[in-house]
Design a protein. Structure first.
Length: 303
């Protein structure tokens, strides 16, 4: 017979599934229109923005929970992590925090349900374990999204710098070359094309180019893009040729990628030792030794 706790957990599961579906749509919907998103961010950061922002009940809930436990820096850290995962909707931190709270509640209820028949210490341990697991599982999901986004940016960077070098050598200015490259690569490398497009939107909105490049480096969190931004800024400042520098930079990126692949291949042999010792060798010993042991035991029984 179903208990009220079962119905409560079932209702929480349904709410979490609906919230995850809506949250995923909400977080990724703005990727189709980065221009509108960036203009909204610039308007929010403009004069009088602090007076226009009003906290609702969800902001107060996040401040009471995550804000009181981790401090106000938690919101800035999660905003930066979401940016580096390619999620840059205006209310992404609030949606992520609410989904995290709902998932923590679900896992705590599951822990209470499974250990409700035990003593109070085990029940409390189950609730605490559910809360910890409910907090860190979304963290790992966001970390995976960030790594995938970083990898896509790194794969696209050499080809993008080559194309940028070609367009600059053809006589286009830097802004026109970046716009042209982002238009050409938006179907092949949409992640990096979007970063370049957002940077040009900042410049067109009145932001200094060096500051826009620094913002792009901060959004991505990649040392390679930070080096590219520094090279472009220094080339503009000192008047050096940028096309040849970009060509050399793309070659160095390819060499670095090849060295990283070779290092990963060299580490693979060491990493395979533990699975071999723990899983493959015991099965091999069983297959090789057990028939001989069984025949020896039969011989002893016959004697």
């Amino acid at each position: 017979m179903a208990t009220p706790l079962f119905f409560a957990i079932f209702a929480v599961v349904l709410l979490n599934v609906g919230a995850l579906a809506y949250g995923g749509y909400y977080l990724y919907e703005a990727r189709r229109d980065p221009l509108r998103l960036r203009l909204a961010e610039l308007r929010a950061a403009g004069p009088g923005a602090a007076g226009r922002r009003e906290e609702d009940i969800w902001d107060m809930l996040l401040s009471v929970t995550f804000g009181s436990v981790f401090g106000e820096s938690w919101f800035r850290e999660k905003e930066l992590e979401l940016l580096r995962a390619g999620i840059r909707r205006a209310g992404a931190v609030k949606v992520y925090g609410l989904l995290n709270l709902g998932f923590m509640l679900l896992m705590a209820l599951m822990g209470y349900w499974f250990l409700s028949g035990e003593n109070a210490w085990m029940t409390g341990l189950g609730i605490f374990g559910g809360l910890v697991l409910g907090y860190f599982l979304p963290e790992q999901a966001m970390l995976s999204l960030r790594n995938i986004h970083r990898q896509n940016l790194l794969i696209a960077l050499p080809d993008t710098t080559d194309l940028l070098s070609i367009t600059l050598g053809a006589g286009l200015g830097l802004d026109q070359a970046i716009v042209r490259v982002s238009e050409e690569l938006q179907f092949v490398y949409p992640e990096l094309a979007e970063e370049f497009y957002l940077m040009t939107v900042e410049v067109q909105a009145g932001q200094d180019r060096s500051v826009a490049f620094q913002h792009m480096a901060r959004r991505t969190g990649l040392a390679e893009i930070r080096s590219l931004a520094s090279m472009i800024i220094q080339s503009e400042r000192f008047g050096t040729g940028l096309a040849n520098s970009l060509r050399i930079f793309s070659d160095s990126l390819r060499v670095k990628r090849r060295l990283d692949i070779e290092a990963a291949i060299a580490k693979a042999a060491v990493k395979m030792i533990f699975p071999i010792v723990l899983f493959i060798l015991p099965a091999l010993f069983v297959v090789v030794l057990v028939p001989g042991v069984l025949s020896f035991l039969r011989s002893l029984q016959g004697l």
